[in-house]
Design a protein around this ligand. Structure first.
Ligand SMILES: Nc1ncnc2c1ncn2[C@@H]1O[C@H](COP(=O)(O)OP(=O)(O)OP(=O)(O)O)[C@@H](O)[C@H]1O
Ligand SMILES: [Mg+2]
Length: 377
């Protein structure tokens, strides 16, 4: 059996990556023209993949940038941020490289405890800060180190919205100040919480207001994704029927992660050909495997929220969550009830709000969960 060409985590190379040509060019062009970028999309559309793909392109074309990717999802404070940045730099520039040696010199002056994770063997840095100004000083030293490299540095900070959760209040202003001072670093700020990200970058009262170019990642186009899927299967000698492609892309709403997962599942079943039956059986397989997880949600939600979740799933997509028709059909009660439940489901990232130019609509965020709810109830 050949290697599964449908990745469900991480980034390998352009070979496994569908499209995003326009977005990749935009990121590279921003870097070349001295602009910082804010990359926003719902969860699992492929933001992280896109950044890594753009960095891959930069390496492939030998463009004069050092690229550095930092994921701050797990950080809870300025302390964590400094630690995570230091570890990312250490990992990127190993001690045997000349940049790495210089960095180690700098780091030792900051008196950290260095160790290696026994499982991943990645470097781990522990600082013992006595006060906030020491943390700020260290953060500045790290950025200054990047800023003084021969090549410009493209620094991607993934899950950037996380800084709004830190107990320290001035982090946005602090980072904005540093970002302005570091002329040799081009930043890519990435996040999936649209509201928080939009407030940070589009609100005139916030430090980062209007300081970057926004790139909103959308779904991959139908025909482009269909060609990608067909080619990957055919390369492995598996023919694909047109209607099966349509089924895959509709059922997963072209939401990248779910489309990749379904294709991965179909491929893993080693079908003779990809037809409706092969797709259908993979869909059922996925829903069955996820059932225990999905049932957990019922415990976490109020009856009202659960009922609305089912209603939205059954409709697939709802525009008027307070219309009499919708409320009656699913016995939801008042419009206020409905609005309140939707709000709280959005906060839990169980409902996705799609805001377009013409309309706003709501869907169950996790596509598989949506399909499961619609089928089960
Ligand atoms: N253009 C693409 N072609 C094929 N697979 C992709 C593409 N973009 C992303 N993927 C795959 O889809 C999945 C989700 O992508 P990724 O993690 O980049 O999304 P994300 O937007 O960063 O998600 P999150 O919001 O959870 O951080 C991954 O398994 C990745 O391998
Ligand atoms: Mg990501």
């Amino acid at each position: 059996m050949s290697e599964n060409p449908f990745l469900i985590r991480g980034y390998k190379s352009g070979e496994y990556f569908c499209d995003r040509d326009k977005e990749t060019r935009a990121i590279v062009s921003n870097l070349q023209n001295g602009a910082d970028t804010t990359l926003i999309s719902p969860r699992k559309y492929g933001k992280t993949g896109l950044i890594l793909h753009a960095f891959d392109e930069i390496a492939r074309q030998r463009l004069p940038f050092e690229t550095l990717y930092v994921d701050i999802f797990a950080t809870l404070s300025l302390d964590d941020l400094v630690k995570t940045l230091a570890e990312a730099i250490l990992e990127k520039f190993p001690e045997r490289s000349s940049i790495g040696r210089k960095f180690m010199g700098l780091l030792k002056g900051l008196r950290p405890i260095l160790s290696y994770d026994p499982i991943t063997s990645l470097p781990q840095v522990q600082f013992n800060f006595v006060n906030t100004s020491e943390q700020e000083h260290t953060l500045k030293s790290l950025l200054t180190f990047l800023n003084t490299q021969k090549k410009q540095v493209a620094l991607a900070i993934d899950e950037f919205q996380q800084i709004t959760e830190y107990p320290e209040k001035n982090i946005e202003a602090l980072l904005r100040t540093y970002a302005q001072q570091m002329r040799n670093i081009r930043f890519i700020f990435c996040g999936s919480k649209k509201k928080i990200m939009a407030e940070m970058f589009l609100d005139a009262n916030r430090p980062f207001f209007s300081s970057t170019r926004t790139l909103a990642l959308d779904k991959i186009e139908y025909t482009v994704y269909a060609d990608f899927i067909r080619e990957r299967f055919e390369k492995a000698g598996i023919p694909v029927e047109e209607e099966a492609l349509r089924y895959i892309l509709d059922w997963t709403r072209r939401h990248t992660f779910y489309t990749q997962s379904l294709c991965n599942e179909i491929f893993a079943a080693e079908p003779q050909k990809v037809d409706i039956a092969a797709v259908n059986s993979a869909c059922l397989e996925i829903l069955e495997r996820e059932t225990t997880n999905f049932l957990q949600y019922r415990e976490m939600l109020t009856q009202q929220q659960w009922r609305i979740l089912i209603a939205v799933a059954k409709e697939d997509e709802v525009e008027k969550i307070t219309s009499a028709e919708f409320l009656m059909k699913y016995k939801i009660g008042s419009a206020t009830n409905s609005r309140r439940a939707i709000e709280s489901l959005m906060n839990k990232e169980l409902i996705l709000e799609n805001t377009g130019l013409e309309k706003t609509s709501y869907q169950v965020y996790n596509v598989f969960f949506s399909r499961w709810l619609a089928k089960q109830y």
